[in-house]
Each structure stands twice: as C-alpha cells, then as structure tokens.
Design a protein around this ligand. Structure first.
Ligand SMILES: [Zn+2]
Length: 260
C-alpha cells in the first residue's frame, strides 16, 4: 500500500498491522532450534498464556550444533534444559523435541509427518512458526535465512493440510485415539519480512519475554561477548519497538498470518 499526499500518510510508509485473532484456545509453536521462539515470539506467548490460552512448544532439534565451543551431546543437554526454562518463563509447560539433526534438517515427508502427528495429538487452532522465507529481509541482498528455519517453516505450513487429511500419514491414525485434525485456522509466522498482524505486549509479558531469552545463557555467551541481559534487551525491545511503529505505537510482536 503506497501512501498518498491526500491520505496524509508518508509516501512509501509501511501499512499498519491488523490485530492477531484472539478467538482461539490452543496453539502449537513449531520451530527448528531452542532460542528461535525467544528472539521475539515468546513475549506474545507470555501475553496469551496470561489470558489462559494453552501453548505447546515443538522443537525439531535440540540445537546441538549451535555452540561452537561445546560438543553436540553436551550442547543438546544444556540447550534442552535452557529451552524448558525459557518455556516455563512464559507459562508453557509442554515442550517436545523431534530429534531431527541440527544444521542439516531435511525438508521432506519425515519432517512433515512428525509435525502433522503433533498437530493431530495437540489439536491446535493456531500454529506458530518462524520465518520460512529464503531471506530475513524483503529487499535485494538481504541476509539469507538458514536452511533449518526454511525447512521447518515450510514443512509446518504443509503439515497443517496433512494433519487434516485422513488419507495422508495413515499409519498415525487410530493409535492412542489419534484422529485427523482439520481445526487449524491460522498459521502465524514470526520473524517474517512480510508481517501482517500483531499482538500488543503489556509490561508483564515483555518482562517474561526478556527473561525467556535470557534463559539461553550458554547459547548467548557462546554467541557474543556482550553482557547477556544487555544483548537480550536490545533484541527483544528492539523488535517490539520496530513492530510497534506499525501498530499504533504500542509495544508489539508481529506475524505473517496465513488463514487455513
Ligand atoms: Zn534457529
């Protein structure tokens, strides 16, 4: 949407974001690595959990290849613990790991099947994931997204349809009462360059979101020499301010929303 002099908008300003849907009870968040949700989406999770909504985390890997100075077996143990603490900080108690291999996740039927199975078991109305696009920004020369994020984001978008179709991944059905689930109404993609919707973040949820990123202490310490709290604050507050500029000046977390 381009602004015009008549409308009073700044020429080329980005359009304001719509409000995220709130008429749902259960969400499933599917990402590649421990920390993927904590870079932004966790504050939204905190806001929703505080309103009594149930959010479950599903991680494709344990992030075992994410700390240069730490052997994968040890990193997997440390990062699983960090992710569970991060989830608890925003009111999430169920965290599941699929144990695909960090850094070399393959987009394909195995991953789609695993995600579809989780959707069938948890029966979410909203599915969350992070950026599935090739790059982080929309413009030419934007930094490229990582293969793991692309694979998990794209497979999550695809698995929503699979979960609802009783003739796909039929081996999953009937075990422990698992049935097809076609009740997903939206997939919301965080950290996309094409966000459309936002949720306002209150003081308490912002505090919890920051605490949730700071739980990734071993990961952040391996990533930067900066003080972990200063680093986390810059990331979390910076994101909310950026999106807030497109959401009435409120602190906000934004998503690219795909209705199903
Ligand atoms: Zn990641």
């Amino acid at each position: 949407m381009a602004g015009t002099a008549d409308s009073g908008e700044t020429l080329g300003a980005e359009p304001q974001l719509a409000a995220m849907p709130e008429d749902w009870q259960r969400a499933l968040a599917v990402v590649a690595h421990p920390d993927d949700l904590e870079y932004g989406a966790a504050s939204a999770v905190a806001e929703w959990a505080a309103r009594g909504k149930e959010i479950t985390y599903l991680l494709a890997t344990r992030g075992e290849a994410g700390i240069d100075s730490m052997e994968p077996a040890e990193a997997a143990r440390v990062r699983e613990a960090e992710e569970r603490a991060s989830a608890a900080a925003v009111g999430v108690t169920t965290v599941e790991f699929l144990d695909h291999r960090d850094g070399v996740i393959e987009e394909g039927l195995a991953l789609r099947g695993d995600i579809a199975s989780a959707i069938r078991r948890h029966r979410p109305e909203l599915v969350l994931t992070i950026n599935h696009h090739d790059s982080w920004g929309a413009g030419p020369g934007s930094p490229r997204n990582t293969p793991d994020h692309r694979a998990v984001g794209r497979s999550t978008l695809d698995a929503v349809g699979d979960a609802g179709n009783r003739w796909i991944f039929t081996e999953q059905l009937g075990k422990d009462g698992v049935e097809p689930w076609d009740g997903v109404r939206w997939v919301a993609v965080n950290a996309s360059h094409s966000v459309t919707h936002a949720v306002a973040i209150g003081e308490e949820a912002a505090r919890k979101g920051l605490a949730s990123l700071m739980e990734h202490r071993a990961y952040i310490t391996g990533l930067t020499d900066e003080d972990p709290e200063a680093y986390a604050r810059t990331v979390v507050d910076g994101g909310m301010e950026m999106y807030g500029a497109r959401y009435g000046g409120r602190r906000a977390v934004a998503f690219e929303l795909f209705p199903c």
